[in-house]
Design a protein around this ligand. Structure first.
Ligand code: CA
Length: 224
C-alpha cells in the first residue's frame, strides 16, 4: 500500500513515516497543505494521512478539494484531542476516519488495515456492538433505541475501547489517549470513568466493558 502523509510537525511526521515503513507501507510525505493537495491529485495513493493544522492550506480545505475532484481516496485526519468541531466537519466533508493526537503508530496501522477491509466510499461514522450504537458525527449514543447522554470524556473513552473490540488497553494507554497529559500513575481517573460509563450503558454495561485484572480494560468482542 502506498500512503501519503501530510504533517508539518517533524516529530510526528518522522515517527509515522518510520512506523509505516517498518510495517511494509511505501510512504510519501510533505509538510504543507498545498503540496499535499498537489500530490494527492497528481499521484495515486491507497490512503492519505492528513493533519488539519498545516501551513499553505489547512487539512479540511485539502480534503474538500480532493472530494470536489471526485477523488475517493481514503483519508484519515489527524486532529487535536479538543477539536471536536474539526472531527465532525472532517467526517461530513468525506474523511473516512480520524485519529486523535497523541496516538500510537500501531493504532494508525490498524485503521489503515480497517480501511482496506471496508467497502470503498463507505466511511466510518457509526460504531455498533449489539444494541449499542455510537454515531461519531452526531455524537449520539443509543442503547436499545434509547438515548444515552455521555460527557465528552466518556464519549472519547467509549469510542477508544469500542474501536478495537477484544483488545486490552492498560490504564496508562487509556489515560494518555483520553486525558492526554502526565498524570499520577496511581490516579483512579480511568476506573472512575469506566464505572460511570458502565452505569450509563445500563444492564449491558458490565458485560460490554470487561475488567482485565492487573492490566486494564477491554471492549467485548461481539458478532454484529
Ligand atoms: Ca499541524
Amino acid at each position: 500500500m502506498k500512503i501519503l502523509v501530510v504533517e508539518d510537525e517533524q516529530r510526528i511526521l518522522q515517527f509515522v513515516k518510520k512506523g509505516l515503513e517498518e510495517a511494509g507501507f511505501a510512504v510519501d510525505s510533505c509538510e504543507r497543505g498545498d503540496d499535499g493537495l498537489l500530490l494527492a491529485t497528481t499521484q495515486s495513493y491507497d490512503a492519505i494521512i492528513l493533519d488539519i493544522m498545516l501551513p499553505g492550506r489547512d487539512g479540511l480545505s485539502v480534503l474538500r478539494q480532493i472530494r470536489e475532484k471526485k477523488n475517493a481516496v481514503p483519508v484519515i485526519l489527524l486532529t487535536a484531542r479538543t477539536a471536536l468541531d474539526e472531527r465532525v466537519e472532517g467526517l461530513n466533508l468525506g474523511a473516512d476516519d480520524y485519529l486523535t493526537k497523541p496516538f500510537y503508530v500501531e493504532e494508525l496501522i490498524a485503521r489503515l488495515h480497517a480501511l482496506g477491509r471496508r467497502a470503498t466510499g463507505q466511511s466510518l461514522t457509526v460504531l455498533q456492538a449489539g444494541d449499542l450504537v455510537v454515531n461519531l458525527v452526531t455524537r449520539e449514543v443509543k442503547n436499545n433505541g434509547g438515548d444515552i447522554r455521555l460527557t465528552a470524556r466518556e464519549f472519547t473513552l467509549l469510542e477508544y475501547l469500542m474501536r478495537s473490540p477484544g483488545r486490552v488497553f492498560s490504564r496508562t494507554q487509556i489515560l494518555e489517549h483520553v486525558w492526554g497529559y502526565d498524570f499520577d500513575p496511581n490516579t483512579n481517573l480511568v476506573d472512575v470513568h469506566i464505572q460511570r460509563l458502565r452505569k450509563k450503558l445500563g444492564a449491558a454495561g458490565d458485560s460490554l466493558i470487561e475488567t482485565i485484572r492487573g492490566v486494564g480494560y477491554r471492549f467485548k468482542k461481539t458478532e454484529t
